[in-house]
Ligand binder design. Structure first.
Ligand SMILES: *[C@@H]1O[C@H](CO)[C@@H](O)[C@H](O)[C@H]1NC(C)=O
Ligand SMILES: *[C@@H]1O[C@H](CO)[C@@H](O)[C@H](O)[C@H]1NC(C)=O
Length: 444
């Protein structure tokens, strides 16, 4: 049995009769990729994210808290404060990503003293939400009671301590947990097995909340990390899984992590890590934003039979479609499959899964339809048609050796995207996705 939000909500409501407990959706922002930002750039990205239904940015920061990191955190809050639009921010303290080692207790206290009371800081149950990326040494996890005691504002602490696993730490240290385990470790689709272990088996019995990760893709091909996990259907499948798990929070990974190809925000060239330009430039992902209002509405209403899956209004039909631009077997690469040991995949610890098994050579599409009908996907001269129902549909068409421009259609909706070629022109593989949107879309 999956978690029943109604039961949880009742249990919480019994404790807090007047508090409205709402679910929230966040997007993970790599502040390290925002060094070029002005306050105006933050303003525009906050407006963009909020317009698609995202409630807050999770500011991922590594040590030290000075220079660009401190400046950009300040700019982000300044932009948010000036807008005063209900959008919020909170921090994810990244213990692995900094140039000055893991976070110290005193720096975290200083930052939270300054920002936790800010009008733009996300609060849950009247407390400032705080997260981490790892920070799982015994000293690091045991520092949190002292951090709470030292900050003059309540903290609602939801770390990502995925490395420790469910049951790997004392739940009295936390208010909830975030799991970074949102990509499948093999040649199969992402499942809810790990979410169930975190949420139902570990956190719920302790009365703690779960933050579930949703991500569309994962491909990194840098000199120090180069591997691939299956994305493929994930932008449809993983949101569907939020309807089964019904977590209190969803964190999208990510808004702007270009190096790992799971950005859903706009590409800001200055933020692309050196070496990733090759696979990021000209591979827009903002089409994925176009399904978010529907997916978020479905997730936020999933607890109630009286609020069924949202409908799609006439005139708002769209097809969001994505694909790699060559078959997985074409082109050279230093990337490896899941956990496959190599000089570029140092953390590998399990057996190799070939990339050609992990990645499916297909065009994937979410079709949001206002009524039942027929949708089509064409690759070059090859067209496949699909019966779709009103609402949310997912369809896919295998390359099967076809090359050429990809186009999609349904009634008056039509659009086309870049060509699929038999091999990458450069000779080097690119496993990133090109994402398009046809119909009622604001982006490409
Ligand atoms: C693999 O890595 C080497 C060394 O960094 C680099 O010279 C080469 O271009 C890379 N090859 C591909 C296909 O990415
Ligand atoms: C997600 O849910 C919709 C609506 O039930 C369904 O049509 C679609 O096939 C699902 N997506 C995947 C990838 O299973």
């Amino acid at each position: 049995m999956h978690t029943n939000f109604a039961t949880k909500a009742c249990a919480i409501a019994a404790l807090l009769p007047t508090a409205a407990i709402a679910q929230s959706v966040f997007a993970h922002v790599i502040v390290g990729n925002t060094a070029s930002y002005t306050i105006e750039q933050w303003t525009s990205e906050i407006e963009l994210a909020q317009s698609y239904g995202i409630d807050a940015f999770v500011l991922n920061i590594g040590t030290p808290f000075e220079g660009n990191t401190a400046t950009q955190a300040s700019y982000a809050f300044q932009a948010c404060n000036a807008l005063s639009s209900g959008f919020k921010m909170f921090f994810s303290f990244d213990y692995n990503g900094g140039t000055d080692g893991p976070w110290s207790q005193s720096d975290i206290i200083t930052i939270l003293q300054a920002y936790a009371p800010n009008g733009c800081h996300f609060q849950y149950d009247g407390k400032a939400l705080v997260s981490t990326f790892e920070g799982t040494s015994t000293d690091e996890i045991n520092a949190w009671p002292s951090i709470r005691a030292a900050v003059n504002h309540g903290l609602y602490f939801v770390p990502d301590w995925t490395l420790l696993g469910p049951h790997g730490f004392d739940t009295s240290l936390v208010d909830g947990a975030f799991s970074w385990d949102m990509w499948p470790a093999g040649a199969h689709d992402v499942s809810t097995t790990s979410d169930v272990a975190w949420d139902e088996d570990f956190l719920t019995p302790a009365g703690k909340t779960y933050m579930m990760g949703v991500s569309p893709w994962f491909y990194t091909d840098l000199p120090y990390k180069a591997w691939v996990w299956r994305g493929d259907s994930a932008w449809s499948l993983r949101w569907n899984q939020t309807l089964q798990i019904v977590p209190e929070f969803v964190e999208i990974a990510t808004w702007n992590d270009y190096g790992e190809s799971h950005y859903i925000g706009p590409i800001v060239s200055a933020g692309i890590p050196s070496g990733a330009e090759r696979y990021v430039e000209n591979y827009p992902h903002t089409g994925w934003l176009e399904t978010l209002p529907y997916q978020i509405a479905a997730y936020k209403h999933a607890y109630s039979a009286a609020n069924p899956t949202p409908s799609v209004a006439a005139g708002e039909e769209k097809i969001v479609y994505w694909y790699r631009t060559s078959p997985a077997s074409a082109g050279s690469t230093n990337a490896t499959g899941n956990y496959c040991p190599s000089p570029y995949n140092a953390g590998a610890y399990q057996s190799c899964v070939p990339i050609t098994d992990i990645l499916e050579d297909e065009v994937f599409a979410i079709v949001l339809a206002s009524q039942a009908g027929t949708a089509s996907i064409t690759i070059g001269g090859s067209t496949s048609t699909f019966s779709v129902s009103s609402g949310n549909n997912f369809v896919r068409k295998a390359f099967q050796g076809n090359t050429g421009v990809v186009s999609v259609g349904m009634g008056s909706v039509s659009g086309s995207g870049v060509e699929i070629t038999a091999a990458p022109a450069s000779g080097i593989a690119n496993y990133n996705a090109w994402v398009g949107c046809a119909g009622s879309c604001r982006s490409i």
